[in-house]
Design a protein around this ligand. Sequence first.
Ligand SMILES: O=C(O)CCC(=O)C(=O)O
Ligand SMILES: [Fe+2]
Length: 349
Amino acid sequence: MFSTVKGLVESNNFTSLPPIYVFPKKPEDSMLSTAETVPIIDFSLLTSANDPDQRCKAIQDLGNACRDWGFFVLINHGVPEELRDEILRASCSFFELAEEEKREFAGNQVLDPIRCGSSFNVKVDKSFYWRDYLKLHVHPSFNAPNKPPGFSEVLQEYSEKTREVADELMKGVSKSLGLEADYILKRMNVESGSQLLVINLYPPCPQPEIAMGLPPHTDHGLLTLLIQNELCGLQVQHHGKWIPVNPHPNSFLVNLGDHMEILTNGEYKSVVHRAMVNKKATRISIGTAHGPSFETTVSPAPELVSESHPPAFRGIKYSEYLELQQKYQLETKSCLDRVRISTSEINNY
Ligand SMILES: O=C(O)CCC(=O)C(=O)O
Ligand SMILES: [Fe+2]
C-alpha cells in the first residue's frame, strides 16, 4: 500500500481528522515548559585553533549539553545558508511529484537505500502519524532518487558538508569525555559509517491538537543534525517536560542518538523528542543521522566502565539494532530499553 498524507490532504476537503490519524495522548503529553532554553554550542569555538582556552571551554560546554540534555543548538557551523535553502526547496519539489512517481521509491526493508512512505511503519503503527518521509542511505554509498532534476546533486553536497560537521562534533564529544579526539570515529568505524538522510514532510493538519507528526522517540545512531523550514514543531523532553525548540537562524538542531548513549555507558543521553503538526502550512524537516558502520557492534567503551559504573547496555550490531527498532511501533518503548541491562543483572556484575 502506498499512500501519503499529502495525497490525502489534496484529494479531500475534510474539516476533521480521519480516525486512523487520531493519536492517543496521555495527560503528561501536554506538560510544556518554556522556562528553560536549550543549550547553544558555537561550532567555530569548538574548532578554533588560535584560542585554546576558548576551545577548552567550548568542549566543556558541549559535554554539559550532552550530559544534561542530549540536545543542543549548533551555531556558526560553516555550512552555507544557500545550501540549506536549496535542499529545503528541492525537498519540496520531490514531494510535489505525482504519487505514482514517488511510489517508485517506496522501498520495503529498513536497510533499503531509498525509502519513501508515510507514518513510521504502517505495518505495525496502530495510529498513523501526520508525516510523509523520504529516507536515503547517503554513506558509505550515496543513494538518491533520480528526480526531480538537480535533487541528487544538492543532496550529495549537503550530505558531505553535514558529515564534516558531524565528524568534528564527534571529536569534540570524545575530548569532552577525556578520550583521544578520534576515539569515537575509530571505535565506531565512522569512516565507513552509516549516514541516513531523512526528509520529513508534515502537511497542514485540520486538527493538530489530536494528531502527531512523530511521536516521542529517540534516534538510533550517534548524532543527528536537523534543519527545518520556517515552521517550528520539534519538542525535546527535559526533566519530564516538553520544551519547544525555536532555532536560531541557520543553526543545526543536534540530538544525540541511542548508540552514543550505549557507547558512553549512559554518561551522555539520547534525547526523547517528538514533532508536532500545525494547521497553517506544510512543515519540512531534514535530519542526517550519523552512525557507526552497519557491521560495528556497539557496546559501552571500556574506558567508561568501572566497578561504580558497570556496563549498562549489552553490545549489539548496528544493523541488528535498526531491524529491532523497525519491528515495533515507534512510541511503545524506546529501543534502547531492549538492550539495557537490568539492575538485577548489573548486581551480578
Ligand atoms: O521533524 C522534526 O522536527 C523531528 C524529526 C525527527 O525526529 C526524526 O526524523 O527522527
Ligand atoms: Fe528523531
